[in-house]
Design a protein around this ligand. Sequence first.
Ligand code: UNU
Ligand code: FES
Ligand code: FE
Length: 444
Amino acid sequence: MEDKLINIAQGKQRHEMHASEAIFEQEMDKVFGRCWLFLTHESLIPNFGDYVVTRMGTDEVIVSRQRDGSIKAFLNTCRHRGAQLCPNEAGNARGFVCAYHGWAYGSNGDLQSVPFDEQLYDGLLDKCKNSLHEVAKIDSFYGFIYGCFDQDAPSLSDYLGDVKWYLEPYMDLSGGVELIGPPGRCLIAANWKTPSENFVGDAYHVGWTHSSALRSGGSIFSPLAGNSVLPPEGAGLQITSKHGSGLGVLWDAYAGVHDGELANELMAFGLAKEQRLIKEIGAERARIYRSHLNGTIFPNNSFLTCSGIFKAWQPRSANSTEVFSWVMVEKDMPSDLKEAFTKSVHRTFGVAGYWESDDNDNMESETYMAKGHQAKKKMLNSQMGISGDRIDPVLPGVVGKSAIGETSYRGYYRFYGDLMNSDSWAEVSAKGDNWQDQLIKATV
Ligand code: UNU
Ligand code: FES
Ligand code: FE
């Protein structure tokens, strides 16, 4: 048995990572306890008192808009005996009252009232010392709000690193996007990393796993059905970054997984906006706007731009994941196109989407097989394109040159391994100093 969980030099990972409860416990500490985790989007909590309840690792958190417009997040647990404070998924409230004994908190987390506190605590209860447990850091980019439990983590902007350059055209320079909520939620019997790694860099499975979706729909990807053709040279790229986030680019594929007349309308909309953006941001990044990006913000937040999917893979246990699915749509789309797009996203990658269900079988089988006493000790392979990883003069990050390859898998697990083998962010950062060389030097 190879003793390492992650073998960076050869692009391999131990299968056990997809099913071990011991590894899962470590992840809650070293991955989810340290990294920036997606919470919600500005557009879903626009006003003072608006809140959502979501998850950070195995914890529930309340994310709440403050009077001054800032955002705070708190563990959704009462400071008295730990009951769940807010049982709702979203709403607007001045504060939160615990159902157990009635302790009441403001939307800023302050403990405001305790039934009979003067009489029952002899005046000894210090309310200031019993505010809700607050998430250490909150930040956002282009309206996407993230939280982090570790005060020592780098800023969200540093954390995103090289992937920002690719996200900006679609998520910001396009006029911006919004998320349509509330998110669809469902449980899958899979480890949270199986969909995260798939979205970070698997264009390989599209023609094969999604054969039925490609044949029954009429999307621009349909010629790939049954692996009848390989995307041609120059059809795309893969990218990875220091902190494990990565993505795949499929050039000019703006219509994504959408089919029929909608695909044509989308192509026209994307082309027209690209023409305008060329003047504002240059041809290179205007093209990125109109290109399909599949990606994961490390550790568990994935998206397909253009196709309109935005996901958080919320870990429940080593072999159970709660999938949160939002629709991501450009703000300035005409309302009838936006509505048709939204319905199409639900049909393709919603809870019962016909693309989504193709994927879940694979996620669940990888997880199930990782429980085998012999199988779990074996190493998985993410070596595709390993000799081609390089630095590009224009494109940020470590870049793999073709549409299909596993460059961003290797970057994702390189960082994952550093987190799991370190005791602090300082140690993680030191290990990642020469991250590009580590990836470029890797070989089978
Ligand atoms: O399912 C995916 N991860 C995907 C779908 C990737 C690229 C294009 C379409
Ligand atoms: Fe990829 Fe079997 S061919 S998991
Ligand atoms: Fe897929």
